[in-house]
Ligand binder design. Sequence first.
Ligand code: HEC
Ligand code: HEC
Length: 349
Amino acid sequence: MLSRNRAAAARSMPGEGQRSSGRAAQRLLVALLGAAVGAAVAQADEPILPIPPAPALDARKLALGQALFHDKRLSNDNTLSCASCHDLSRGGVDGRSSSIGIGGAKGPINAPTVFNSSLNFRQFWDGRAASLEEQAAGPVHNPLEMGSNWAEVLGKLSRDAPLVEQFKAAYPDGLQSRNIQDAIATFERSLTTPNARIDRYLRGDKSALSPDELRGYQLFKAFGCVACHQGVNVGGNMFQTFGVMGDYFTRRGSVTAADLGRYNVTRNDADRYAFKVPSLRNVAVTAPYFHDGSARTLNEAVDVMFKYQLGRSAAAQDKELIVKFLHTLTGEYQGRSLQQADPLVARRP
Ligand code: HEC
Ligand code: HEC
């Protein structure tokens, strides 16, 4: 994808002063793409693609993965499952600005949704996991999340005879940590949310969007949001600096290690404050927003994007239309439209 390559080029500029030259290149990128995309609005090829049908998955692995995703034995004190922080009945998130792990440990970062995570090019805000399989080991070992390890988990699960049998049926080598990871990843690949109204529109049902929503989509393209939020996941396919056009972090204050983003993985100065551009699918039901959970509403998030990613302001009415468009990105899981996470209800059990 053109913009992805350009973004990658902007990201990998070497040398001293990379941060400012990297930023200058990114600014140019946004301006160029914004202009190009603006000109392309009338054309048929869309920057957003509909979610394809869910892939065919091994039913035994899928069932195991679904059970493991909800299994609290994956945490040290048997209090937390993956679903505790990724509640599938609530948009796949916990509704908190940052997650609460075992023993009430407060994590450093906002939990993204697990819905459609299989469509992201890498996992985590800083992209440190290349696959869902690799990702699944992260929370199990994270002392601020499940605080456990495979030896401990395997010890507990191996005393569950029916589960051990299920593993033997699904995998030649039975209960193993890599098979736990594989089963969870298989289940996660089933967590796509097709049939959002934008997808029906893109597939040719022109009545799927109201005139306001369609106008919002046109503005989303014309202002250049699609330079970063694009493709099948409306994001999730590149890294970008948070604050291309202004220093978001100085403004917000108290910079944390998690704010360094991709830099924590590469130790490359140009990657400071760079994050995987989040998918905007189902964004209407996954508040609060940003890696720091600092925006409580979509209006706030869109304001921040205009200011720090596009370096401009927009008329209140245009922002409202974009927010209306963002609501058309809500898809369906098991035939039902995803629901908003309610922080009061989505308490960990
Ligand atoms: C204590 C809360 C908590 C638990 C328990 C938890 N997660 Fe997460 N999850 C998070 C947070 C917070 C992040 C973001 C971390 C980061 O990016 O550094 C995350 C990120 C992810 C991502 C990456 C999504 C993306 O778009 O990058 C996936 C996939 C995921 N979790 C799946 C799981 C699975 C599978 C389990 C169980 C094995 C699990 N999580 C357990 C809080 C949690
Ligand atoms: C230069 C790239 C870029 C552009 C242009 C851009 N964004 Fe973003 N967007 C990002 C990044 C990076 C993040 C994640 C920031 C963070 O949390 O660290 C983000 C986050 C968001 C979020 C929060 C998502 C979540 O789940 O937390 C929303 C909503 C959003 N953008 C909407 C927009 C809209 C609307 C526009 C156009 C007005 C836009 N963005 C333009 C890169 C961009």
